[in-house]
Every structure is written in structure tokens, then in C-alpha cells.
Design a protein around this ligand. Structure first.
Ligand SMILES: [Zn+2]
Length: 340
């Protein structure tokens, strides 16, 4: 019983969040999207240093590979460890053999200097030959100057912008503010409360949207190309496909899994080489949307990169030691939790 697919693409990830599982409970119970950011993610990201980030990205990359995901479009923030952070992520993914498109999420949450350093990290990484986009956290945490500087830098570098857009109601004005800047090569993440169409590809993250109770994004109703992302909750893209299908179906009983499957495949527009990777699954019909939609728990047995290198054998990574990655990550998670 074996089926095959190309390598899968995670269209929106946060590798820095791999250590967050089991973190201490926030001081206050979050009651909406903004308080989830304040109580959970913005406490975590300020505590990160480059060593934690290295093992977080190693763990995230190994987990991706074990799910047949050979390419990740990552969005990163570590306000107290900005310089060099994108290289740490890129190096960790390269060590495992997973492709990554990096971006540093620029924001004015940490003042003008924080925004400047975020922009500089995007520029440094991409000018040095790194594969990346210019990241913006979200319009609601940036002034107009920072938004236009990030858009201008992306244009200068010949890359798109990777930005969270109208994820919660707090960012409803994103459409109006980004409309003069957005372009076809932008990656617009979430777009749940977006009040108009913008140019670019939409990254749909069904599990994360449910988890944050922000609502259903209705990506099928948009004219944009759509990719699927996990928003940092692992990189099991067949699982995300199943959730994308069933969320679509919950909204429209005539929905077919072919639509969510087309979102999965749209990731190749960003990382075309992943199509040449071969994933072998423990299930015959791994390339059939109607089969996969109703088959939870499929496992990747092997991954062979387009150039012939075997990256995963019998479900285990070949380039790194799984037990070591798990042990070191657990050690770094303990260090991180002690700071929260
Ligand atoms: Zn995100």
C-alpha cells in the first residue's frame, strides 16, 4: 500500500513557534484575537534568542519533512534577536533538506528602531542571496511610513511582501491602507475580514483561524490565487487540506475537495522545485483529493528530493538525528519557558 505525491508546500508558517507547545498559561485568559497576540505570541517572540530559534527551526523543519512537506514559506519575528535571524532559520532548514522562503515581520510595536532593524534584516538576508520576501507583521501594528518602506524595499529587491491581512477585526482597515501598495507578488495571509480585493496570493490557514475564533475566510469567494498554510501549527499539509475542505464544506455543502486540493498545489507558484520532490505515503490513493479528504492519519514513508537525494527513509530524516533534534528542542523550550 503505497501512493505518491510531489513534495508539499506550507504556504504560511512560523518556525519560531515550534517550541510554544506546552508553554506556561498566559497571566490572563485571552478573550479575542488581539489579546491572544498580547498574552501568547508577543510574550513568546520577545523571549527568543538565536539558539532557541535554531532548535525551533530544526524541529519545525524535521516535522515538516516527516509530513512530506519539502517547502516552507516562513514568517518570522524575534524582536530581541533580529540580526541574523533569517539566516539561522534558512541554515536549519538547509541542514534538514527542506526548502524555505524567509521573511522578517516588520512592525512598529518596538518603536522606529525595531522597524528599521526588521527592514534591515530582510534586506541583508535577501541581498546576500537568501531566498526571501519582505515581511510585514500586519498593517495594524505599522505606521504608514513603515508600510511604504517595506513595500518599496520589496520592489527594489524584486520580491513580494509577506503580510498578515485582516486576520481579526482589529485589522479591518488593512484593505484601505494596503490598497495603494499591494502587488501581484504579495502573499496576503488570512484575509478573513478584508473589506475589498487586493492583488496577490491569499494564504488560507483554516486550523489557525478556527483556533483564534476569527471566523471563516471564504477564500473560494475571492478572485485571488490561494495557498494553504498552517500559521505555525506544524506543517502537516494533508491535514490542513482536510481542514480546508471541511471548513469549505461547512460553509457550502456543494464544495468539492478538488478546490482545497488546488490551494495545496498553488504553493508550487512560490516553490516550483518542490514539484520534483517525491513523497511516498502509506496509502495507495495519496494523490486523490476525494480519498485523502476522508483518510486522516496518512504517514510519509519516504521523501526523495528532485536531485535524487533521499531526505526521509522509513519515516525518519536522513541528514539529522531525530532524537537529538527532539532532545535539544526540549532543552531550549525549557529555557524559553523560564523567561515567560
Ligand atoms: Zn501567521
Amino acid at each position: 500500500m503505497e501512493g505518491r505525491t510531489p513534495g508539499l508546500v506550507c504556504g504560511h508558517h512560523h518556525l519560531y513557534s515550534a517550541l510554544a507547545r506546552g508553554m506556561p498559561a498566559p497571566p490572563e485568559q485571552p478573550t479575542d484575537f488581539l489579546s491572544i497576540l498580547e498574552q501568547v505570541w508577543w510574550r513568546l517572540d520577545v523571549a527568543l534568542d538565536l539558539e532557541m530559534l535554531h532548535w525551533s527551526a530544526m524541529l519545525g523543519a524535521v516535522e515538516a519533512l516527516r509530513c512530506g512537506t519539502t517547502a516552507i514559506i516562513d514568517h518570522h519575528e524575534s524582536p530581541n534577536a533580529i540580526e541574523g535571524s533569517l539566516s539561522v532559520i534558512a541554515d536549519a532548514c538547509a541542514a534538514v533538506g527542506v526548502r524555505v522562503v524567509c521573511a522578517y515581520g516588520v512592525t512598529d510595536r518596538h518603536g522606529a528602531d525595531g522597524a528599521r532593524r526588521g527592514l534591515a534584516e530582510n534586506e541583508r538576508f535577501i541581498r546576500a542571496g537568501g531566498r526571501g520576501m519582505v515581511g510585514i507583521h500586519a498593517a495594524f501594528t505599522c505606521g504608514d511610513d513603515t508600510l511604504s518602506q517595506a513595500a518599496g524595499l520589496a520592489q527594489d529587491l524584486g520580491v513580494g511582501v509577506h503580510v498578515h491581512v485582516a486576520e481579526g477585526r482589529v485589522d479591518t482597515f488593512a484593505g484601505e491602507r494596503l490598497e495603494p501598495l499591494a502587488a501581484d507578488d504579495w502573499l496576503l495571509v488570512h484575509c478573513v475580514h478584508l473589506d475589498r480585493d487586493l492583488p496577490g496570493t491569499i494564504a488560507h490557514n483554516p486550523r489557525s483561524n478556527m483556533n483564534n475564533a476569527v471566523g471563516y475566510a471564504r477564500p473560494a469567494a475571492r478572485p485571488n490565487p490561494v495557498v494553504l498554510g498552517t500559521d505555525g501549527i506544524g506543517a502537516d499539509m494533508l491535514e490542513e487540506f482536510r481542514l480546508a475542505y471541511v471548513a469549505h464544506r461547512a460553509d457550502d455543502v456543494s464544495a468539492s475537495p478538488d478546490t482545497a486540493w488546488s490551494w495545496l498545489e498553488q504553493g508550487y507558484a512560490f516553490v516550483p522545485e518542490a514539484r520534483d520532490d517525491v513523497v511516498v505515503w502509506n496509502y495507495d490513493h495519496a494523490d486523490s483529493p476525494w480519498h485523502v479528504a476522508f483518510t486522516p492519519g496518512m504517514r510519509a514513508l519516504g521523501v526523495t528530493r528532485g536531485d535524487g537525494e533521499v531526505l526521509l527513509r522509513d519515516g525518519l530524516p536522513t541528514r539529522v538525528d531525530l532524537d537529538e533534534v527532539v532532545a535539544k528542542s526540549a532543552e531550549q523550550a525549557r529555557r524559553l519557558f523560564a523567561l515567560l
